[in-house]
Design a protein around this ligand. Structure first.
Ligand SMILES: *Cc1c(COP(=O)(O)O)cnc(C)c1O
Length: 384
């Protein structure tokens, strides 16, 4: 054969039995089959063998299997981010004419998708009070196909009564989805509490270092698997094996990071509780957080993100100056990494509540906790 042809030979020359401790990164769109008869195009490659990179590589499916094992799920789909996970759930459970329910406290882009794409496709998504509990039953209609939960809620941190919502939903045959990002899929056992489909942004704690975007959608049973699989295929939610490899690495230190972050975060939250400028600390493990009793009953720990409000005598402008005075905390939106972050949400949409630009959300990182507290104290002295 010509050297040009030989250059393109896909047959490996080196031994393939390198038994690495780390999961290898398998790149590739195309797999080759043993024979014409062996060709298949199934998305369910775990069962049918590898067919095409879009449905997962060994790296991707290793991450999927480990996430399913961690969450005690029937199966986990790995998708490009938390928001893609939210989209997959909407598209799998809602069609034109469906009614769905989403808490006011849900992640902003979830509500944006409800009012945007979903509304445009004829799906009515109705917001509800996150503290509604069993009262959700009164909002369920004959065409309700999906109830979203997120606990604690984004920014305002309401811990929902998931078992009560699940009981009311299942009595009417409605599926319950949970955004379980806060709990990293482990501090709250979604399936033991009856949830049907649990998604999370691996971007946050599993990645853990602010350098990847990934998400998972985990299902409790075969019915959920069959419902989501074809939609996953149609949406083409392929992920990078390099990102999956970083998520697999992140899993190795997840327990250690969560454990440390829980303690560090509680120290900062408790310091804020005693601070004269602070009105309320919204941390699930503190009694001042809405739904604290639900957290005590249902969670095995707390994480690194929480919010607090400044007293009403301070202006939004002063709060902004406080943020700008911080030296160790960086101003940023995401969380779950090793760096401490602070952010103000000036236009939070929470019916009956007006935070007036005085609600600050913190993500506690791995800097020395005393330095973080000193940074907060110093910035308050400078700004107020
Ligand atoms: C960050 C986040 C998401 C979205 O995750 P991305 O990976 O950024 O798309 C979804 N839900 C919650 C609660 C989040 O905090």
């Amino acid at each position: 054969m010509d050297w040009r042809t030989r250059l393109l030979s896909p047959t490996p020359k080196a031994r393939r039995d390198y038994n690495s401790l780390a999961t290898p990164v398998f790149r590739g769109s195309t797999v080759v089959f043993e024979s014409a008869a062996a060709v298949n195009d199934h998305w369910n490659q775990s069962e049918n063998g590898y067919s095409y990179g879009l449905y997962g590589t060994p790296t991707t499916l290793e991450l999927a299997a480990r996430m399913a094992e961690l969450e005690q799920a029937h199966f986990s789909f790995v998708v490009p981010g938390g928001q893609a996970a939210i989209a997959l759930v909407y598209f799998a459970y809602c069609t034109a004419g469906s009614h769905a329910l989403v808490p006011h406290s849900a992640y902003g882009p979830n509500k944006e998708m409800a009012e945007g794409l979903m509304a445009g496709l004829g799906v009515e998504v109705e917001p509800y009070d996150p503290m509604i509990g069993a009262g959700i039953g009164e909002l369920i209609r004959d065409n309700t196909t999906l109830i979203w939960t997120e606990s604690p809620g984004s920014v305002t941190m309401e811990v929902q009564d998931i078992p009560a919502i699940v009981a009311a939903a299942h009595a009417r045959g409605v599926a319950v989805a949970l955004d379980n990002t806060y709990a990293a899929g482990v501090l709250f056992d979604a399936f033991a509490h009856g949830v049907d489909v649990s998604m999370q942004a691996l971007t946050k704690y599993v990645g853990g270092h602010s350098d990847i975007l990934l998400g998972t959608v985990s299902v409790r049973n075969e019915a959920g698997f069959e419902k989501l699989g074809p939609v996953y295929r149609q949406l083409g939610l392929a992920v990078s094996p390099d990102d999956c490899s970083l998520a697999l690495r992140g899993l190795q230190t997840l327990a250690l990071r969560l454990d440390y972050l829980e303690r560090a975060t509680l120290s900062v939250a408790q310091w804020l509780e005693g601070c004269p400028h602070v009105q309320t600390v919204l941390h699930p493990a503190l009694p001042s957080c809405p739904g604290h009793a639900n957290w005590q009953r249902d969670f095995t720990g707390s994480a690194s993100v929480f919010s607090f409000t400044f007293k009403g005598n301070l202006t939004a402008k002063q709060v902004e100056t406080f943020l700008d005075s911080l030296a160790i905390f960086r101003i940023g939106l995401s969380w779950g990494g090793v760096t401490s972050l602070a952010v103000v949400y000036p236009d939070l949409d929470r019916p009956g509540q007006n935070f007036g630009g005085r609600l600050v959300r913190l993500n506690i990182g791995m800097e020395a906790t005393d330095d973080l507290i000193a940074d907060l104290r110093r910035s308050m002295e400078l700004a107020f």
